[in-house]
Design a protein around this ligand. Structure first.
Ligand SMILES: Cc1ncc(COP(=O)(O)O)c(C=O)c1O
Length: 484
């Protein structure tokens, strides 16, 4: 192995060397360095097409890395303070699912907050594990789920001593963190693993004054969306593991569902982005924190909006807050978050990350500039002037406690029938229903449907939330268990 330092990008360097070798391709991909698909080459550029190659000896193999990919993983592990890092090309969904599949099997319990991403619930359908939900505390005014209270996690652990793992969002989409250090210690004291979804926390590893990262907090595994705040290409992610996890076994689990044709565009983007974060991350995220602070102040000055931050911290359900997240409560101007989200795009050509019933999230990262933030602030100010209305027309959002009757796997594969949404109250759902983003299920297979849930789905549809999950894409019908 050549000497490795964070200045290096082994996959990218190998690709550059490979280009110079002018090897004749009688292998896949069939576009043959772009020649066979001129339109695509015109769109993506020759460099991109020439780098879209298959695994081969000089470039290593993602399923069983021994050279440049292994080196890149070692560098990533070092940069993130992990025992091992796995490069992932199937999004953070694949990292989350590998984490869960490596921890629990059919019939085993996993403790998790109900506001976990759909990828977690999908993993439960795949492996047959049983969720034990800790209800995240809710903020009544903001209408958002918060973090898990330590006392609630302790109670879940004590009531389910046979559970194998505790799963934590670090942070939530809105930027809220649970007390991950204490949760990890508690899990370990009871012989359980601690898993962290850090889809929205890549920058925690590289910033000053940000919440603790999963690896620093002692978690056993963390799923990291490098393609979100880390700046790599969409769909590229990392799975980090701590010293207690057997890396060979985790690799076997990853290989159960991972492609055998890992994209070198994604792999080299991970390599280059890790180098960038390791060398310049602190400075870059320092600027992001400053910009977010500035935007928050300006938005709060408009009146009506509430751009929240660390003042929410309460030492428990909001143990910490990620100040790079520009989360804004919109209900006091009489508009649902999703309405502001649509207005920003349709009237002001501004695309934000998501809007829910009461909030919007503008995602800030290393590519943002002050001048775009000024545009966002002035658009929000105009929206208030032009479109605000009486907030009485908005529905109050309350956390809906799920009633779990069956495991997600049993319900998903059970004998089922399709019913009009209005006729499903009291029945057991056999599919997912969620607004995307944020992708937090309103219903998960195996849960009882209630009138309150039906009203919520209808309201979210009326407000224009993008809904997904059910077989019926219009969400007018739901699959429920037959005869139950
Ligand atoms: C909390 C959380 N976990 C996991 C994911 C999955 O990430 P990906 O879209 O990269 O598969 C997301 C996506 O937004 C997410 O918000």
């Amino acid at each position: 192995m050549t000497e490795l330092s964070q200045e290096r990008a082994p996959i990218y360097e190998a690709l550059e060397k490979f280009q110079k070798m002018r090897i004749v391709p009688f292998d896949v991909p069939g576009h043959k360095r772009g020649r066979g698909n001129p339109e695509l080459t015109a769109l993506l550029g020759e460099t991109c097409m020439q780098m879209d190659v298959n695994s081969m000896k000089p470039l290593d193999n993602l399923c069983h890395p021994v050279s440049v990919i292994a080196d890149a993983e070692r560098l990533a592990a070092e940069a993130f303070g992990a025992a091992h890092a796995f490069l992932m090309v199937g999004g953070t969904t694949s990292a989350v699912q590998s984490m869960v599949l490596a921890s629990v099997k059919r019939g085993e319990k996993i403790i998790l907050p109900r506001n976990a991403h759909r990828s977690v619930m999908g993993a439960l359908v795949l492996c047959g594990a049983v969720p034990v939900y800790v209800n995240p505390a809710g903020d009544k005014r903001l209408g958002i789920p918060l973090g898990m209270r330590l006392s609630d996690v302790r109670k879940a652990i004590e009531e389910n001593p046979d559970a194998k793992a505790v799963f934590v969002n670090n942070p939530t989409y809105y930027g809220i963190c649970s007390d991950l250090r204490s949760i990890a210690s508690l899990a370990h004291e009871h012989g359980m693993l601690c898993l962290a979804d850090e889809a929205h926390g890549t920058h925690f590893y590289f910033g000053e004054g940000l919440p603790v990262s999963a690896m620093a907090a002692g978690a056993d595994m963390a799923a990291i969306s490098m393609h979100k705040s880390g700046g790599s290409l969409t769909q590229s992610s990392l799975l980090l593991t701590g010293p207690a996890m057997p890396a060979g076994y985790v690799r076997q689990i990853i290989n159960l569902t991972q492609t055998t044709s890992g994209s070198y565009l994604l792999l080299s983007s991970l390599d280059i982005s890790r180098r960038n974060l390791a060398l310049r991350g602190r400075e870059a995220f320092g600027k992001v924190i400053e910009m977010a602070g500035y935007a928050r102040e300006e938005i709060n000055r408009i009146g009506g909006y509430y751009a929240y931050s660390r003042e929410l911290v309460n030492g428990d359900s909001i143990y910490d807050f990620d100040v790079t997240k520009l989360s804004v409560h919109t209900r006091d101007i009489g508009l649902a978050g999703i309405e502001v989200y649509d207005l920003l795009r349709d009237e002001y050509d501004i695309q934000i990350e998501f809007g829910d019933l009461g909030n919007i999230l503008a995602y800030l990262s290393i590519g943002d500039r002050q001048r775009e933030l000024e545009r966002l602030v002035s658009a929000l100010s105009e929206i208030r002037r032009r479109f605000s209305r009486d907030k009485a027309s908005l529905m109050d959002y309350d956390y809906i406690d799920p009633v779990v009757i069956l495991s997600p796997q049993e319900a998903f594969y059970a004998d089922k029938e399709s019913l009009p949404l209005k006729d499903t109250a009291g029945r057991i759902c056999s599919e997912f229903v969620m607004c995307y983003p944020p992708g937090i299920p309103i219903l998960t297979p195996g849960e009882q449907i209630t009138g309150e849930i039906i009203d919520y789905i209808r309201y979210a549809k009326d407000k224009g939330c993008s809904m997904t999950g059910p077989e019926d894409a219009r969400i007018e019908r739901l699959n429920v268990l037959r005869g139950v």
